[in-house]
Write a protein that binds this ligand. Structure first.
Ligand code: FPP
Length: 246
């Protein structure tokens, strides 16, 4: 069942974040190598991007490669990096056609130079697209992002640019990779796992979580619609009582 028709276009989440999980298990189930699972995972990325663009959701952030993923076998890391490069080459038109701009968060300078080059080309080519901003989290870790922010702030305090009393939530926010993005409204994780895995720790403070057993290569627009329909049925109270928000 596709919930597209039931979605209230006036109450869309502004920022959807996805932990794309289950490529390896999908491959195993088909009797294929893990690399084949990652390759099919790119179909899920396309579905999520087109699905958000069609609905008019302005921000989509995808967890494509965590800082911890560097610990996978070298061959698998190489596969993921090569797939990133080939997908960017192949899908640039999909981004243009859907008015999507590409961005990244994470330690981009630790990626292979080929990946860095391709990313900066696509970022440059899509920078004036307005409908949807897709952010790929690459070599990204949430704790590291907060740490980096604290280090930058400490230097400013040391140099008397700001005083400790001026450190507040918005100052910390302004030093995160996501400083010009709204907080996450809806966090989706596929493959039945129910963990956050160091993703956008600061930004998910009030996010609604949606877990689905669907493996990432099988992710379709209808699963996105299901997640959004589910999100819209929930009552977001931000710490208030039910009566206060009526
Ligand atoms: C998790 O599956 C997925 C990843 C580690 C990477 C996500 C990558 C893609 C969707 C493909 C390429 C992406 C782009 C942006 C071109 P897993 O390997 O952890 O699965 P498992 O838990 O079943 O082993």
């Amino acid at each position: 069942m596709d919930f597209l028709e039931q979605i209230d276009r006036d109450k869309l989440p502004q920022h959807v974040a996805i932990i794309m999980d289950g490529n390896g298990r999908w491959a195993k189930k088909q009797g294929l190598l893990r690399a084949a699972g990652h390759k099919r995972g790119t179909a899920g990325v396309k579905q999520a991007v087109e699905g958000c663009a069609e609905l008019g959701i302005p921000f989509l952030t995808l967890y494509a490669f965590s800082t911890e993923n560097w610990n996978r076998p070298k061959k698998e890391v190489d596969t993921l990096m090569n797939l990133l490069v080939s997908s960017l080459k192949k899908e640039i038109l999909t981004l243009q056609d859907n008015d999507v701009s590409l961005h990244t968060i994470g330690n981009i300078n630790t990626l292979p130079s080929k990946a860095q080059k391709e990313l900066s080309e696509v970022i440059e080519k899509t920078k004036s697209n307005k409908r949807l901003r897709v952010t790929l989290a690459l070599s990204y870790g949430g704790r590291e992002e907060i740490l980096k922010s604290l280090q930058e702030i400490s230097v400013k305090v040391k140099n008397n640019i700001i005083s400790p009393a001026e450190i507040d939530e918005s100052l910390i926010n302004n030093h995160l990779y996501t400083h010009d993005m709204p907080d996450v409204d809806l966090l989706i994780r596929t493959s039945g796992e129910q963990r956050v895995s160091n993703f956008l720790l600061w930004q998910i403070a009030y996010a609604e979580f949606y877990f689905t057993p669907v493996l990432w290569p099988d992710f379709k627009k209808e699963h996105l619609h299901d997640a959004i329909y589910n999100y819209q049925k929930r009552e977001r109270r931000f710490g208030k009582t039910s009566e206060q928000i009526k």
